[in-house]
Design a protein around this ligand. Structure first.
Ligand code: CDP
Ligand code: ZN
Length: 158
């Protein structure tokens, strides 16, 4: 059996914050802010996986009100999300994602993101795709006030 899931996330970008994207530290004068380490790409991926498995969403599974999850490495949340879908009898078929970010260009970091995500998800890099777009300088992303990410996943029954 197959199940699809979709995830979306947005975080603010502010100076003096680390910018973690897909588990990779991207050098930039601004970084994403919010709960955990604010890794917008991993959060979108977790939501896609949880949605596909009928397990609600990241905020329900890992509440940001819980001290356990404050400033947590989002790779830990991704691993826990994998554990949850595996316990329901699913594995990843493929995962496709898009980061919407005006600046910086992240194409040189994408292979490292794919490697990192595949490692956490215990799957082959060929099943993972990370793409990037600007918003053509429009809106909050264009003003470099924030970053968004979209993810779609196919789960297969094991
Ligand atoms: O040309 P098009 O409108 O399709 O896309 P764009 O938003 O102008 O981005 C052009 C290319 O830059 C993308 O296809 C990505 O490969 C790359 N890109 C990137 O590496 N990092 C970003 N933050 C945005 C885009
Ligand atoms: Zn988030």
């Amino acid at each position: 059996m197959f199940r699809t899931g979709f995830g979306f996330d947005t975080h603010r970008l502010e100076v003096n914050h680390d910018f973690r994207l897909g588990g990779v530290l991207v050098p930039h004068e601004k970084g994403a802010t919010g709960h955990s380490d604010a890794d917008v790409l991993i959060h979108a991926i977790c939501d896609a996986m949880l949605g596909a498995a009928g397990l609600r969403d990241i905020g329900t599974q890992f509440p940001d009100t819980s001290p356990e999850f404050r400033n947590i490495d989002s790779k830990v949340l991704l691993k826990r999300t994998l554990d949850l879908i595996q316990s329901k009898g699913y594995r990843i078929g493929n995962l496709d994602t898009t980061v919407v970010l005006q600046s910086p260009k992240i194409s040189s970091f994408i292979s490292e993101m794919v490697r990192t995500l595949a490692g956490v998800l215990e799957t082959d890099e060929s099943r993972i795709s990370v793409k990037a777009k600007t918003s053509e300088k429009l809106g909050f992303i264009g003003r470099e006030e924030g970053v968004s990410a979209y993810a779609i996943v196919l789960l297969e029954t094991t």
